[in-house]
Design a protein around this ligand. Structure first.
Ligand SMILES: CCCCCCCCCCC/C=C/C(=O)SCCNC(=O)CCNC(=O)[C@H](O)C(C)(C)COP(=O)(O)OP(=O)(O)OC[C@H]1O[C@@H](n2cnc3c(N)ncnc32)[C@H](O)[C@@H]1OP(=O)(O)O
Length: 241
């Protein structure tokens, strides 16, 4: 990913990712590794500008595009791994959860689902993606407290699989993970993966319209917009301090 300054997802970037996913799914690949070309930031999540004082039509398109990306990612036949070379809050964390394996570079980085701190909530399919990786009890506490884990905590709780010394090491560990499937028939691997992931995929496929409606309702709520205003200000003012 290379969308400076923070690899955030806006509508156009989501379309680009969808096109790339369509392109790679036509190829006979062994696996895909997601990583960032931006030092210290894997992805800062959704672009807050998309849902602060949004245009309604664009907001609906935006959430529908978020759904498209995750349906495609969860459904890829081949192995997916994330070399997390920096911060991965919110949708940055969700992106890594959509992969089967996560190696995170050691450093002063945070990963987790902090949506509640912005006054928004995680959708049921995002919650399912989290509790398929870490235990339900930890998921509940993490989501309700908007917990961002440091690298050691993330390993301890199972949110990441390994700690890497740098980006190259993270990518190598991802490659090693992908090589594990060299002798496994592709269709058996793919079907097993899709069945294991059927909870978030099913929710996403069967409740798309309802999910969009709920997202729009939550985001357009005046108190949520107030929270987002404060959050955007806080991000802007960080540099001035
Ligand atoms: C029942 C169903 C109902 C459904 C209802 C709602 C469902 C919603 C579910 C949503 C799921 C996902 C949500 C999200 O992803 S929201 C985004 C959350 N992201 C964050 O909170 C991260 C914010 N960013 C940071 O904390 C830091 O930037 C970070 C730690 C990542 C990096 O810090 P660093 O100091 O290295 O860099 P800066 O803070 O200076 O950032 C660099 C520039 O990037 C801009 N930035 C950062 N993050 C964002 C963002 N998310 N959106 C837009 N812009 C962002 C930041 O302002 C800096 O910009 P400038 O250089 O111009 O100042």
């Amino acid at each position: 990913m290379q969308r400076p300054p923070a690899n955030t997802f806006n509508l156009e970037y989501l379309h680009e990712i969808t096109n790339s996913l369509d392109e790679i799914s036509k190829q006979k690949l062994k696996g895909v590794i997601l990583t960032s070309a931006i030092p210290n930031i894997f992805s800062a999540g959704l672009d807050i500008k998309e849902f602060y004082k949004p245009d309604l039509q664009r907001l609906e398109n935006f959430w529908s595009s978020v759904q498209d990306v995750f349906i495609k990612l969860l459904d890829l036949d081949f192995a997916t791994a994330a070399a997390i070379n920096g911060h991965a809050p919110a949708a940055g964390c969700v992106l890594s959860l959509s992969c089967e394996y996560r190696a995170m570079v050691n450093g002063n980085y945070k990963i987790g689902l902090n949506e509640a701190a912005l006054g928004i909530i995680t959708t049921p399919w995002i919650q399912a993606m989290m509790y398929q990786v870490i235990p339900m009890k930890h998921t509940e506490t993490a989501l309700t407290t908007a917990k961002l884990f440091d690298v050691d905590e993330a390993l301890q709780i199972g949110l990441i699989d390994e700690i890497a010394s740098n980006k190259e090491d993270a990518i190598n560990r991802c490659k090693q993970y992908i090589r594990k499937f060299d002798k496994i028939p592709l269709h058996a691997r793919a079907l097993t993966k899709q069945r294991m992931r059927q909870t978030p995929i099913k929710i996403l496929r069967e409740q798309r319209d309802e999910d969009i409606r709920m997202f729009v309702d939550v985001v357009m709520n005046p108190s949520v917009q107030d929270n987002l205003k404060d959050y955007v200000e806080k991000l802007k003012n960080k540099k001035k301090k």
